[in-house]
Design a protein around this ligand. Structure first.
Ligand SMILES: Nc1ncnc2c1ncn2[C@@H]1O[C@H](COP(=O)(O)OP(=O)(O)OP(=O)(O)O)[C@@H](O)[C@H]1O
Length: 213
């Protein structure tokens, strides 16, 4: 899978760009198997960028294509299949279901693709120190615990692209390290790409490319 942006300018940033961006208003591709860091200060469009790649924002000029197919030509059914099998995302605001438990949140997608992921969920939860909250309602978890649940949910499904929107904002160094280790492991297993937005910290990932947004 390859994602290409061509002269993309999000509507909210129109007229505000300073010409330094290595993503907006230029041609840039994200290829399978590579790890990208996309960095920028607050308000420069990191979440907007991730939402455009995931096909949930369309308020921009220019074009985005996936494997050569422009996004407007991709049907809703194809997006649904892609989001189950090929693209996984950790939203900045996590988007967990607050009335469901941690485990139910993680299993939301594994139920869809009918894979028994029980053991793998336990392994990842133990590594990230959230075993004790798996059966608690998400609403009762701390933000850092929710963030780790959201990371496990993203890693448990198959993917070719792992999109991460400032995924470590509420984690301590030890948990960031372990999360990076898991992300690295899963990306290598799947020969997947990783695209992470951040304010610029490299964390514990070896990026192939770093791009200023
Ligand atoms: N739906 C929208 N309608 C109008 N303006 C928007 C919309 N979404 C974002 N913006 C504006 O676009 C700019 C980029 O927002 P975005 O959330 O993508 O930035 P960000 O780099 O992720 O910021 P942060 O690091 O603070 O999370 C901001 O000025 C924001 O106010």
């Amino acid at each position: 899978m390859k994602i290409t942006l061509d002269q993309v300018v999000p509507a909210p940033l129109s007229g505000l760009l300073d010409g330094k961006s290595e993503i907006w208003d230029t041609t840039v591709s994200f290829e399978q198997g590579k790890r990208y860091q996309v960095y920028a200060p607050s308000g420069k469009g990191k979440s907007t960028f991730i939402h455009i790649l995931y096909g949930i924002r369309h308020d921009y000029t220019g074009s985005v294509s996936i494997d050569g197919v422009p996004i407007p030509k991709i049907k809703a059914k194809e997006w649904a299949a892609m989001r189950q099998q090929e693209m996984s995302l950790v939203f900045q605001d996590l988007r967990l279901f607050m009335n469901l438990t941690g485990r139910e949140n993680i299993q939301v997608k594994s139920v869809l693709y009918k894979e028994d992921a029980t053991q793998e969920i336990e392994r990842m939860a133990a590594l990230l120190g959230v075993t004790h909250v798996l059966d608690k309602q998400a609403a009762l978890l701390s933000y850092g615990e929710r963030q780790r649940v959201a990371i496990i949910r993203a890693l448990i499904q198959p993917f070719q692209f792992l999109l991460l929107d400032e995924p470590f904002s509420h984690l301590d160094e030890e948990n960031i390290k372990k999360s990076c280790q898991l992300m690295d492991e899963k990306c290598s297993q799947n020969n997947a790409s990783l695209v992470m937005t951040s304010l610029g910290y490299p964390y514990f990932l070896a990026f192939d490319e770093k791009r200023l947004l």
